[in-house]
Design a protein around this ligand. Structure first.
Ligand code: NAD
Ligand code: ZN
Length: 376
């Protein structure tokens, strides 16, 4: 089968690989039809993780079931399914509680498994023609009859729509709240959509890229350009001097090697921009290590947090991977009902063969390259 393979920093290649196949009775084999490039892939693409070369990337996957293992009872050949990026077992302490991002079975000793990801188990990614789905009865989200026509909406249920929603849950967003979101990338835009769905009275989105801020505005948010570093002051002004009720971090570790904006300023900006006793939800990924970084903390993937201000303001911070299964059914039904259209943020649809081009543009944040979907 054709697949996108990681060959080293900023080097990915589409090549022939061994076909994915059923390995255990609880597996399901999916013919992938749509698979996305994610900001999380960039941590590996840019070479800040211990990703092994020769592995297939891709954790935002949707397709059609072509084979099921002998132990599969619920999922049928021909089902159109979206696959949460987390691989859960369904029966460990964490999965039982809906915390599938921290499954204790699928990546023992570490907690949390995903397709095509550094440090998250041996599972192959879905930027390929076929994908093996472990514990298929548990992990496949079956899509409604309009699946084919709305593939580009439903594929967002694999990660970024539930992840954006999770950011608002971690922050504690309630109806009427004002919410500030750092990052107008795909995840931040989905957090903005989710905050509106949850009834926020005011949604503000911070970034420095005007094309991405324009998309945030299209989703009904107030765009805040942080090019001059004044975002927290702008939020204070927009909230009558109080600060936002809730804040979401949808940026994560930013490499310092190629002129990315002020690396890792987001947490301290959030502490400034959120009101005393407010909540901050962090879904941006901070585990990357950056050997090229100038500051010694960043080298080890750490950040300087203004803990004194956090303490003074009595804010709460919650963080971690999104537990996609906790939300994907509800969000699927919103899409089916025509009440959410996450595909609005897609900028490019490319054949899998052109994936390397998609990676290069998305990584460089080239103007207009907001979200790339690949078709196999
Ligand atoms: P992205 O890289 O496309 O978007 C990040 C955005 O942040 C960019 O638009 C960038 O311009 C902006 N940015 C950079 N520095 C900033 C700053 N100081 N202030 C404000 N904005 C700034 O990536 P994405 O796909 O939107 O993903 C965002 C983060 O979410 C990544 O770290 C990704 O790994 C993480 N993520 C987490 C989960 C989870 O389960 N927790 C799931 C998916 C993605
Ligand atoms: Zn992703």
């Amino acid at each position: 089968m054709k697949a996108l393979v990681y060959e080293g920093p900023r080097k990915v290649v589409v090549k022939e690989m061994l076909d994915a196949k059923i390995e255990k009775p609880t597996d399901v084999l999916v013919k992938i039809t749509t698979t996305n490039i994610c900001g999380s892939d960039l941590h590996m693409y840019e070479g800040r993780t211990n990703m092994e070369t020769g592995r297939i990337l891709g954790h935002e996957n949707l397709g059609v079931v072509v084979e099921v293992g002998a132990g599969i009872e619920r999922i049928k050949v021909g089902d159109h399914v979206c696959l949460p990026f987390n691989i859960g077992c369904g029966f460990c302490k964490n999965c039982e509680k809906g915390l599938t991002g921290f499954c204790l079975t699928t990546n023992p000793g570490v907690a949390g498994a995903a397709y095509g990801f550094a440090g998250m188990g041996p599972y192959s990614g879905g930027q390929a023609e076929y994908l093996r789905v472990p514990f298929g009865d548990f992990n496949c989200l079956v899509l409604p009859p309009d699946a084919e026509e709305k593939e580009n909406d439903y594929v967002m249920l694999s990660d970024i729509f539930p992840t954006g929603y999770h950011a608002t849950v971690l922050a504690g967003v309630e109806p009427g709240d004002s919410v500030v979101i750092y990052g107008a990338g795909p995840v931040g835009l989905m957090a903005a959509l989710s905050a509106s769905i949850k009834g926020a009275s005011k949604v503000m989105v911070v970034d420095t890229h005007t094309d991405r801020l324009a998309l945030a505005e299209k989703l009904g948010a107030i765009p805040i350009d942080d090019s001059d570093g004044s975002s927290a002051d702008q939020v204070m002004e927009l909230t009558g001097g109080e600060g936002a009720d809730r804040g979401c971090e949808c940026v994560g570790y930013q490499c310092s090697c190629k002129g990315h904006e002020v690396p890792n300023a987001t947490m301290n900006n959030l502490i400034k921009a959120v009101r005393p006793s407010g909540g901050i939800g962090v879904v941006g990924v901070f585990v990357a290590e950056d050997p090229k970084a100038e500051d010694s903390l960043a080298k080890k993937g750490q950040i300087a947090l203004d803990f004194g201000q956090l303490w003074m303001k009595g804010q709460h911070i919650a963080t971690g991977q999104a537990n996609v299964k906790a939300y994907n059914r509800k969000l699927r039904d919103l899409i089916a009902a025509g009440k959410a259209r996450p595909s609005e943020i897609i900028s490019h649809q490319l054949p899998l063969e052109q994936a390397a081009e998609g990676y290069a543009h998305f990584d460089a944040r080239d103007e207009g390259w907001t979200k790339v979907v690949l078709k196999t």
